[in-house]
Unconditional design. Structure first.
Length: 234
């Protein structure tokens, strides 16, 4: 792994206290929604001059996540832009996916409305989005990314796994099926020039019903983790 994130502005203190971890992998900070103090964020980023990217707005069209309608996000987006202007970081987000918000479950529908609202608020100017983040938990990652190509942004696939659970014969109900899906998703990301970074979700689960844990314990990889380690990376 060359980079990681934890949905927070800073890594855990236990990581910061371990130089072998902190120096081996790049931590990418995130502003999960708009509940932050701009001055505090700017100070934190300036204290870490090696930080070049800032993840923002986690799954805005999910009611259980950031839960912001397009117009609400558009009105607040300049707060991210102001931080980028003062620190030089690139804005990566929103982290969009298929959601649960009435009328905006489709990520394209949410983004179209977001762009329209932002342009209306800012004299026709597009929002600063240096890369678009995307999350996916089913078959067809490539097709989903193709739907988002019209925005003209590189992609960070910041969460991916296959949690297909419908009893239709394609459900992921064994580790072997998840391993096959992981290899397919990595192949998709590695073969696309518009995918800049990607991250498997996730390291470890207490109740791993989806067979997505990469770690079986401290220093021990699952079969999925072993397979992930063997995948090609560029």
């Amino acid at each position: 792994m060359g980079w990681w994130y934890n949905w927070a502005l800073d890594p855990a203190s236990s990581v910061q206290a371990n130089p072998s971890i902190a120096q081996a992998m790049t931590h990418v900070p995130m502003l999960w929604n708009f509940n932050f103090d701009s001055a505090q964020v700017i100070a934190a980023l300036k204290a870490r001059p090696t930080v070049k990217h800032l993840l923002v707005l986690n799954e805005p069209n999910l009611k259980t996540e950031a839960n912001l309608k397009p117009a609400e996000a558009a009105a607040l987006w300049p707060r991210y832009e102001a931080i980028a202007a003062q620190t030089g970081v690139q804005i990566v987000g929103p982290a969009i996916t298929w959601g649960t918000m009435d009328g905006f479950a489709d990520p394209v529908v949410w983004l179209d409305a977001f762009y329209a609202a932002y342009r209306a608020n800012n004299g026709g100017r597009d929002p600063q989005i240096d890369a678009l983040a995307f999350h996916w938990y089913d078959y067809g990652l490539g097709g989903q990314l193709d739907r988002l190509k019209k925005y003209g942004k590189p992609f960070w696939v910041t969460e991916m796994a296959n949690w297909h659970s419908q009893a239709d014969g394609a459900q992921i109900d064994t580790a072997a099926k998840q391993i096959a899906q992981m290899a397919d998703m990595v192949k998709t990301c590695e073969s696309r020039t518009d995918v800049v970074r990607y991250a498997w979700f996730t390291g470890r689960w207490d109740n791993d019903t989806h067979y997505t844990s990469l770690l079986a314990g401290t220093g021990a990889l699952t079969a999925l983790g072993q397979s992930y380690k063997q995948q090609p990376t560029s």
